[in-house]
Design a protein around this ligand. Structure first.
Ligand SMILES: Nc1nc2c(ncn2[C@@H]2O[C@H](COP(=O)(O)OP(=O)(O)OP(=O)(O)O)[C@@H](O)[C@H]2O)c(=O)[nH]1
Ligand SMILES: [Mg+2]
Ligand SMILES: [Zn+2]
Length: 285
């Protein structure tokens, strides 16, 4: 039988098959081959064992998921505040792996004029303002995820599970108070699981990132990076040097746009950080 892995907890996988959901172990051979079954994988199962993983459309290290159509990056302007770099980094990783992206700035009831949302709107990146309290943006989010395999990601406490509960009140997923003192979430969601909305849409809730997690995230290859910066596109090809990296070269059209206030400083800063990281990866290889 073949089915989708919808849940993974310490070596046990729930696989949704035509005969119901089976809890399976992975075949021992996988560990030897360095292959880890991921939530979202299509798997072949025999009795209670996963015997093969079908080819993936894409896969991610953090959150550890596969076959993602749409990555929804949750963010917030109020505690926990989301650093634009975390958003830009996730966008770049998703872009390089062929997943669509959407930024959802949640808790709009607490911060009606979102600076974060404005940054992404100006950058030409799909963005929604949502609130699991007032329901703002929930219908728009529902349309954006419809019929897809979507993954909710973002820092802990921004409201991923709360919004999922709002999309389907039957789910009753646990949510947790944000620590006012530390200004961050408490890592309420502990495992990755795909939930099915009544219309068949599949959404994975995932554990939120902590401030230290970015070091252990996926890496982006240098050549893929600019594809995730559509806001830079009008200036590409207009620099003095055709191989301009837009970091410190003279007569750089991207930096000129930044100086003229046409590019968001946080976006340019993220680009430089991601570029340096991609470059050191390249040299290391
Ligand atoms: N005011 C307001 N509070 C919200 C909203 N969404 C979530 N919260 C609150 O934010 C806190 C964290 O919500 P969660 O849904 O647990 O956040 P999470 O992103 O799933 O967190 P992790 O599972 O730790 O990654 C809870 O106290 C929620 O009630 C919102 O739209 N507005
Ligand atoms: Mg959660
Ligand atoms: Zn340049």
């Amino acid at each position: 039988m073949t089915g989708r892995i919808i849940k993974a907890i310490s070596g046990f996988y729930d696989v949704e098959t035509p005969e119901g959901t089976l809890t399976c172990r992975a075949r021992g051979k996988f560990r030897k081959d360095g292959l880890t079954p991921l939530v979202g994988d299509m798997a072949q199962v025999e009795r209670d064992t996963i015997t093969a993983i079908l080819p993936r459309k894409n896969s991610f290290l953090r959150p550890a998921v596969a076959n993602v159509d749409l990555l929804v990056v949750f963010a917030s302007d109020v505690i926990p505040v989301t650093e634009p770099y975390l958003i830009d980094r996730i966008l770049a990783i998703a872009g390089s792996r062929g997943a669509e992206t959407l930024v959802a700035v949640n808790k709009s009831d607490l911060a009606p004029h979102s600076e974060l949302a404005a940054i992404y709107k100006r950058a030409g990146i799909p963005v929604l303002c949502t609130s699991s309290v007032t329901g703002e943006g929930i219908d728009a989010l529902r349309s954006a995820v419809a019929g897809k395999i979507a993954v909710f990601t973002g820092n802990s406490g921004v409201g991923k599970s709360s919004v999922l509960n709002r999309l389907d009140a039957q789910l009753c997923l646990p949510t947790g108070e944000v620590s006012q003192k530390l200004g961050r979430g408490r890592h309420t969601t502990r495992h990755i699981e795909i939930y099915r909305l009544p219309d068949g849409t599949q959404i994975a809730d995932t554990p939120g990132f902590s401030a230290f997690d970015t070091d252990r995230m996926d890496l982006v290859v240098q050549d893929d990076l600019l594809a995730s910066f559509p806001d830079f596109a009008p200036y590409l090809g207009k620099c003095r040097f055709p191989d301009c990296a837009h970091i410190a070269e003279p007569d750089c059209a991207v930096r000129a746009a930044l100086d003229a206030g046409k590019l968001e400083p946080t976006r340019y800063d993220s680009y430089c950080r991601l570029y340096r990281q991609a470059k050191s990866l390249h040299e290391w290889e």
